[in-house]
Write a protein that binds this ligand. Structure first.
Ligand code: SF4
Length: 77
């Protein structure tokens, strides 16, 4: 389970976040490329945009589901 106390600082404010356990394997980027992206030196990914509708929320949930290190979290859960 992702740890909101260790969220990457670049995550845009809001319920969805990536924590420090991102490797980054990049599989989540295939699920939610409009929400997640690499940091500048590609050592992790972070939410640069929060989901704003059902479709985007579903994409964020798919990214959470595929993450092998459980680095993606949602404060609302
Ligand atoms: S799937 Fe998880 S470990 Fe892989 S890049 Fe995304 S957040 Fe990082």
């Amino acid at each position: 389970m992702a740890d909101k106390a260790s969220r990457q600082p670049e995550n845009v404010p809001g319920p969805w976040y990536v924590d420090m356990t991102c490797t980054p394997c990049r599989v989540c980027l295939d699920e939610a490329p409009n929400l997640l992206k690499y940091n500048d030196d590609e050592t992790y990914v972070y939410f640069y945009k929060q989901p704003e509708n059902e479709e985007e929320t579903a994409a964020a949930q798919r990214a959470l589901d595929v993450c092998p290190t459980l680095a993606i979290g949602n404060d609302g859960e």
